[in-house]
Design a protein. Structure first.
Length: 228
C-alpha cells in the first residue's frame, strides 16, 4: 500500500511538471500554434521552449508509466492503452521540437542556420501542426481512456473522470474545427480538461487510486460488462 501511494504521488508530481512546462513553452515560441501569422521568437527563446517541451514529453510518458501498475489490476487493456497513447502524444511533441530547431539554430554553434525564410516558415508550420495533433487530439483521447476506467471502476470521486470526459470531448472537437479552418484556438474550452488533471493529481496525492468500496463484490455479468 505504501508503495502504491508513492507511485500515485510521483505521478501527481509529473502531472504538475507537464502543466508548468507546457504553459511556459508556448509563449516562448512567440505565438506558435495560437497565431498562424506570428513568427518564431528569438533563438534563445525557442531553444528554451524546446528544452521545456523535451521535459514535457518525458513527464507525459512518466505519468502513464507510474500509473500503469496502479491501473493494471482494474483494467489491463486500458492501462496499456493509456501508456501507448501517452507515448504517442510525447512522440508527436518531440517531432515538433526536432522540426522547429533547425529554423533557429545549428548544433554546436551560435551562428544563424541560414535557412531560406520559406523553409523556416515551413518548419514553424510543422511545429504548429504537431501541437494540434499531439496535445490537441491525442491527449483528449488518452484522457478519455483513463477517465472511463476511473469512472467505471470508481477509483476516484465521480466528478473527476466526468471532468475528463467532458473536457476531452470539448478539446478534441475544438481542434478538429481548427484543423478544418472553422475556428481559431479557443483557450477557454481547455479549462475542463486542465481542471481534470488538477483534480486527478490532487486525488492521487490525497487518496491514491482505489475503489470507493474495496469490499464490494461485483457479479460476473457486471464484471464482464465493464470495459477495461
Amino acid at each position: 500500500m505504501f508503495h502504491d501511494r508513492r507511485l500515485a504521488r510521483a505521478a501527481a508530481a509529473l502531472y504538475f511538471v507537464t502543466w508548468v512546462t507546457s504553459v511556459l513553452a508556448l509563449p516562448l515560441y512567440g505565438g506558435s500554434a495560437t497565431d498562424s501569422t506570428a513568427g518564431l521568437a528569438s533563438r534563445a527563446s525557442v531553444l528554451t521552449a524546446s528544452v521545456l517541451e523535451v521535459v514535457l514529453a518525458l513527464a507525459v510518458v512518466g505519468t502513464s508509466l507510474l500509473l500503469y501498475p496502479l491501473l493494471r489490476p482494474h483494467g489491463p487493456a486500458a492501462a496499456v492503452g493509456y501508456v501507448a497513447l501517452r507515448t504517442l502524444e510525447a512522440s508527436v511533441i518531440l517531432v515538433g521540437v526536432v522540426a522547429v530547431l533547425p529554423a533557429v539554430a545549428r548544433p554546436a554553434t551560435t551562428a544563424s542556420p541560414g535557412l531560406d525564410p520559406a523553409v523556416g516558415a515551413g518548419l514553424h508550420l510543422l511545429h504548429d501542426w504537431t501541437f494540434i495533433v499531439g496535445p490537441g487530439l491525442v491527449n483528449p483521447v488518452n484522457a478519455t481512456v483513463l477517465a472511463l476506467l476511473l469512472l467505471r471502476k470508481q477509483l476516484v470521486p465521480r466528478f473527476i473522470p466526468v471532468l475528463g470526459l467532458v473536457g476531452g470531448g470539448m478539446v478534441a472537437t475544438m481542434n478538429v474545427a481548427v484543423m478544418f479552418g472553422l475556428t481559431g484556438p479557443i483557450p477557454l474550452l481547455a479549462i475542463p480538461l486542465f481542471a481534470w488533471e488538477i483534480c486527478l493529481a490532487s486525488a492521487l496525492v490525497l487518496r491514491g487510486i482505489r475503489p470507493n468500496s474495496p469490499g464490494k463484490h461485483h457479479s460476473p455479468a457486471l464484471t464482464a460488462g465493464v470495459v477495461a
